[in-house]
Design a protein around this ligand. Sequence first.
Ligand code: NI
Length: 179
Amino acid sequence: MARAPNILFGLQLPSRPPFDTWAPTSVSRVGAFVLSFRRKLCMPRCVVARRLHFNAAHRLHNPARSDQWNQETFGPCNNPNYHGHNYELDILVEGEIDPETGYVVDVAILKRLAESTIVAHLDHKNLNLDVPWFKDRLPSAENIAVFCWEQLAPRIPHGRLTRIRLWETPRNYVDYEGR
Ligand code: NI
């Protein structure tokens, strides 16, 4: 997809607004013109989201620390015999709308991809014992979100994975944006 240049009459213009916060009026007008030109040339962008669900058991326990430290730090999540969560996983993909399909990415493809690369590995599993990725990592919501990102980000066929939101309970979630 063609993009409007960021250089006009030898002026290097930033690709994003606002210009008005710093630029002289004339440059601001040129900036507004370039922005409207860019809008006409570029396809609109959207974020597409898909929610998935899985159940898993885990135990948060750092073997390098004492039992007392683990109990105080992780509370009920340190229960020696594990415990389960009903996880909700939101996958957000951002990109240009394909004029041929009207989609950023087909959510049916996204669903199949997430089921085969994430849910198949985590659902009804004991994360500590069954998933090798957590062998040396605590299976916290944060680390599970990183796992989901690593599984999915390189495989998105159109657009770009921008966020993994993992709900561990209806009140607690973590966001991971690949950073
Ligand atoms: Ni827990």
